[in-house]
Design a protein around this ligand. Sequence first.
Ligand code: PMM
Length: 266
Amino acid sequence: MTGIWGIVNVTPDSFSDGGRYLDVDRAVAHGLRLRDEGATVLDVGGESTRPGAERVGADVEQQRVLPVIERLVAAGAPVSVDTLNASTAEAAVRAGARIVNDVSGGLADAEMRAVVAASGADYAIGHWRGFSDDMYAHAEYRRTAREVAAELKARMGEAAAAGIAPSRLIVDPGIGFAKVGAQNWDVLRGLDEIVALGPRVLIGTSRKRFLADTLAHGDGEVTEQRRDLATAVTSALALRAGVWAVRVHQVAATRDALAVAHAWEG
Ligand code: PMM
């Protein structure tokens, strides 16, 4: 069964649900609703990685995410922490998070791998080439999926060298991270190269710009609803490509799409 990571962004500026869940009570209620809708993991983040986003300090990030994580864990939800900061990862695992979701794959914070190794948490490593303020300057590929797979393999080796067992790793090709337009489709088309790396594969297409661009035909506004429908379709296709879990904002639509895709698989 393909997993569904429900996104709980506790930030005032995230591009798709910015500001709505900054309040702890509302973030917790939102997370629990996503769980009731079928999320298998709640991915809690306190720093936006949207294109051009400014970085926030780890202290601010922790003030945002720790109370939310504590309450979701107390309610029995499996929680992952979406962070680039080792200190936030460490505090989040102490608060009960089981997975550290590091979109930089260990490149953003030199302490991250050691912290994760010692924590016992699972470690999701993303394909990444630089912080959001200039990541598009690095969006150059000849064979996108192949290069992404090769760089993820390097990150896997670094994680192993730091003492993180391969069974604890999850790899993510980082849709939208140092990738523009068609490069994201190249990655999705070449997902078998990512699956062939061995670890569980996570993918995050939810509401991202490349989907909106694909829908931008005619005059109609590309609403959040339309992005969610497009995301549900990518979820179903990701299942068929052998992905282990998808990371989405709108869990219910993806759950239905995955149920249909599972039925198709028989
Ligand atoms: N994308 C975003 C944030 N965190 N984590 C993983 N593992 N994979 C992703 O693709 C990913 C991520 C940016 O999207 P958001 O601001 O809507 O959460």
